[in-house]
Write a protein that binds this ligand. Sequence first.
Ligand code: NAD
Length: 288
Amino acid sequence: AAPILDGRAVAADLTARVAADVADLSAHGVTPGLAVVLVGEDPASQVYVRRKVTETRRVGMRSIEHRLPRETTQEALLTLVAALNADPQVHGILVQLPLPAHIDAAAVLDAIDPTKDVDGFHPVNVGRLSIGGGLIPCTPLGCMMLLDQVIDDFRGLNAVVIGKSNIVGKPVALLLLDRECTVTVTHILTRGLPEIAARADILVVAAGRPGLVRGSWIKPGAVVIDVGINRVTAADGRSRLVGDVAAEEAGHAAWLTPVPGGVGPMTIACLLSNTAAAARAGLRGEAA
Ligand code: NAD
């Protein structure tokens, strides 16, 4: 099996640093506050929100939760976002996606103050990402921090990203480009994907397809980041979580992130880190 790039350990380190930062901010009279808005009862979203709230409190931040019924109107949601934008005790705002179909998610994300947009989904932060600065989306930031554990010099490395979503694939590709990697972004219509993947020194997989990446797609010595989280039913009838990489075939990789315990824990740690950074930027009276 490939050596494990342990997201739980790296996330624990980052979380401890955030907790120290929160203590310092609190000593200066600013307790970072994260507002989480959940509309409806999507079971996966409820799990994510519960986890985020627990971790927020654990590092000493204030957690402000708004659980709204499924029937909430877009207008009511926009009113809430405006109130959170104006609230000086709120430094980060997270609207849990997906939103019910009758709400225009883009309009809601657009309404969040970009300096409080700790998910990094606001168009201003998306734009800043491509020219440097701004709040960086949590999962891509977590991927980069994991890569930083095992790669000193990214310059000139071949990086292949599988998946081009706005929340993972595209931002990861931009961050890798920023490090002077040669980046190839691939997706479901890419031709010859196994050969393209096999040229990667860094392979980031975010497709949401269990076992998509086979052993032959992985260059010996590659660093493989498996972002996928897929619930599958095993032969014994039990359900479990697996990534997008056939981990049992990846023994020749230099490093592989496990699922669970890889990118997932980093995502939450980065959310806390973004919130502390937003609070610190507020303390300095500047945009995050
Ligand atoms: P998405 O569905 O928005 O995008 C998937 C992308 O993968 C698309 O660009 C699509 O073209 C590509 N793709 C799909 N099938 C493919 C195939 N067979 N070959 C090549 N490309 C293919 O998904 P997303 O939101 O980016 O999430 C991707 C995966 O990452 C999911 O499993 C999701 O659960 C997981 N995820 C994990 C975290 C985390 O914290 N670890 C965060 C976000 C998403």
